[in-house]
Design a protein around this ligand. Structure first.
Ligand SMILES: Nc1ncnc2c1ncn2[C@@H]1O[C@H](COP(=O)(O)OP(=O)(O)OP(=O)(O)O)[C@@H](O)[C@H]1O
Length: 277
């Protein structure tokens, strides 16, 4: 199983947010997508999940074209996702937030539950057991009966990822899972995400937190101005001068920043060692 982007392009009017990106995501790996603000990371995720239309190019999960499908069709086809902003059912308990994912979709199952109470009770117990099993993966089993909206922010983030996993997706897309988390919570999240790696699952993480990306991801793709700038292992990405430039600017920019800092020190009467080269 592979997820493939082929010459993927997204235009918002005259603004080209994604510009002819081709990439392959293999299963069994955690893939990071990084890039400066506005590079197009979220646009890529949203096109993959069917939230945004594709202007040009293709998205394929094996032989299935995902571009052009509705959001729910893509989700039913095995793609789970989280959003930059948490989207939970705040008034429902943590367990209920997951149980809603396990209701029978076919009319037969729904009617059996309505008309046959013993079957309804069995299905309810099954849904509860499945929900608790997933909550455990994220250390949330103790919060099963707490309202989701009353959880600390970090726990809500975990619950959202737990819910994205409920349908046992083949592809899991995580859009800035560490946003708003403190250092300790990010470290815990990193450990828990690492346990989700499976030979038959593609995990894609869009993230700004470099500690998380570099310690969690097996492969990283770097976007810059809507184009794929670089891809490689965390070590290769860190060593790439192209990536450093994308994040920090040109060597001249860096020299200007350094010179400005030295001037500032001079104005303040702070002695600085003069650079000899
Ligand atoms: N709905 C939209 N309508 C118009 N332009 C958009 C829309 N969404 C994104 N853009 C533009 O597309 C480009 C890429 O945005 P995108 O949000 O995908 O970048 P990003 O890499 O996820 O940024 P960030 O890290 O800040 O979330 C930006 O120029 C942005 O202004």
């Amino acid at each position: 199983m592979t997820l493939v982007f082929e010459n993927l392009t997204k235009r918002y009017g005259s603004n080209v947010a994604i510009d002819g990106v081709s990439a392959i995501f293999e299963p069994g790996l955690i893939h990071g997508i990084i890039g400066p603000n506005g590079a197009g990371k979220s646009t890529l995720i949203n096109m993959t999940a069917g939230s945004y239309t594709v202007s040009e190019g293709e998205i394929r999960l094996d032989a299935t074209r995902l571009d052009g499908l509705k959001k729910y069709e893509i989700a039913n086809g095995g793609l789970g996702r989280t959003y930059q902003n948490i989207r939970l059912f705040d008034q429902m308990t943590c367990a209920e937030n997951l149980e809603v994912c396990f209701y029978d979709r076919d009319k037969g199952g729904i009617w059996r539950e309505v008309l046959w109470p013993p079957y309804a009770r069995r299905r309810e117990a099954e849904r509860r057991a499945s929900a608790i099993a997933i909550l455990k993966v994220f250390g949330l089993e103790g919060f099963a009966d707490r309202e989701a909206g009353s959880l600390p922010y970090g726990r809500q983030r975990m619950l959202e990822i737990a819910r994205a996993l409920a349908q046992d997706p083949k592809v899991l897309l995580l859009d800035e899972p560490a946003a708003g988390l403190n250092h300790h919570e990010t470290a815990e999240l990193t450990e828990r995400l690492a346990t989700l790696r499976r030979p038959d699952r593609i995990i894609i993480v869009v993230e700004h937190d470099m500690d998380l990306v570099m310690s969690l991801c097996d492969r990283i793709k770097v976007l810059h101005h809507g184009k794929l700038l670089f891809e490689g292992t965390p070590a290769e990405v860190q060593a790439s001068s192209d990536v450093q430039l994308a994040y920090l600017g040109t060597p001249n920019d860096i020299e200007d920043i350094r010179a400005a800092a030295q001037d500032r020190r001079a104005q303040l009467g702070i002695r600085t060692r003069r650079r000899t080269h």
